[in-house]
Write a protein that binds this ligand. Structure first.
Ligand code: FAD
Length: 302
């Protein structure tokens, strides 16, 4: 992992900068990859994507919350988003992070927050995806999923291909609707592949396994090599288009997003919005330092 990647991951985890950034508004080019700071702006962005036949998954930005009031506020906001999806009849579902809802404060408190969200989403038949965060939260997040899945069938999660235990987990959760990703956090070599080639190889293995299992698979990547491989694999294995979708992040490879939807593939854009954009944005810079172009454009266009 290069020093640039490490540097941006360090910045993404810096609590002081995280808090400070909320006062700056959407700066540093973040508005190119964050769909506004409030629900109205986010809904307008989604209507434009829906017009291209693209569905969306909405992330109310925020993570690593350590105060109960903040977690309760986040829960209230996600419930408002669910109500907005219903009211505006947009093609969208929810993505959420357990640490935003209090996983670092108290497990039962987090479970209670999640249960309220699941109840509201279920009442409108809206799907909820539990995003996966770093390794320290992996097992407790799966525990939450196990608990919620006893009552709710509108929940799914993410399997991160860089983890050695991802193959075990995909087998355990093969009956769920799953989003498959490479993995975004800095993880120790004791638990995760570090080499891009190893991660890509495992990613393809997981994708093929879940596609063949017959359950709905979201292939979340901007990597055209992976996307081309999937196109070929589904054709060869007669996997119908309604059993999978491609996903990308808002603002990335926009032409390719529209093109894939036009080709007849289900496509879903991950739409982050809100004031807590800093950690999310720094992780995107860590993944792809070329994204610094976004920052440069902002600075020099002033
Ligand atoms: P990379 O390995 O970053 O890139 C591979 C190649 O693709 C590059 O070399 C380049 O040729 C091409 N490429 C990539 N990006 C671009 C671009 N913008 N423009 C042009 N070419 C490009 N991670 C988690 O840990 N937990 C989650 O819950 C999670 N959810 C996610 C949801 C979605 C919808 C997406 C898209 C990602 C999510 N991630 C999540 C992040 C994911 O784990 C990766 O960190 C991230 O997607 C970067 O990997 P990649 O597969 O896009 O390809």
């Amino acid at each position: 992992m290069s020093w640039v990647k490490n540097f941006f991951i360090y910045l993404s985890e810096n609590q002081t900068l995280n808090k400070g950034a909320q006062r700056w508004g959407l700066k540093l080019g973040a508005q190119s990859v964050v769909a506004g700071t409030n629900i109205d702006e986010m809904i307008e962005s989604i209507k434009k994507l829906n017009a291209h036949g693209i569905s969306c998954t909405i992330d109310n930005l925020g993570e690593f919350v350590f105060e109960k009031e903040e977690a309760v506020e986040a829960k209230g906001k996600i419930i408002k988003v669910i109500e907005a999806i219903h009211e505006h009849q947009i093609d969208a579902h929810i993505s959420l992070k357990p640490t935003q809802l209090g996983l670092d404060i108290d497990y039962d408190f987090c479970l209670a927050n999640l249960t309220e969200i699941m109840e509201k989403a279920k009442s409108y038949d809206i799907f909820v995806n539990m995003d996966m965060e770093d390794y320290d939260h992996l097992q407790t997040s799966f525990d939450l999923l196990d608990e919620l899945a006893k009552t709710y069938d509108n929940i799914g999660t993410v399997i991160q291909a860089y983890f050695f235990n991802s193959v075990d987990n995909i087998q355990k959760y093969k009956d769920f609707r799953l989003r498959l990703v490479k993995g975004a956090y800095k993880e120790s070599e004791t638990v995760a592949f570090q080499d891009k080639k190893d991660i890509d190889k495992n990613f393809l293995k997981l994708i093929e396994y879940h596609l063949l299992s017959g359950k709905f698979t979201s292939i979340a990547t901007h990597d055209h090599h992976i996307i081309n491989h999937v196109k070929k694999f589904v054709k060869e294995n007669n996997i119908p288009n309604d059993k999978f979708e491609f996903q990308m992040l808002y603002g990335f490879r926009k032409d390719m997003q529209i093109e894939l939807a036009k080709e007849g593939y289900n496509f879903c854009t991950y739409v982050p919005f809100g004031e807590d954009w800093y950690g999310y944005f720094m992780r995107r810079l860590a993944e792809r330092p070329q994204n610094l172009n976004l920052v440069a454009k902002q600075v020099f266009n002033k």
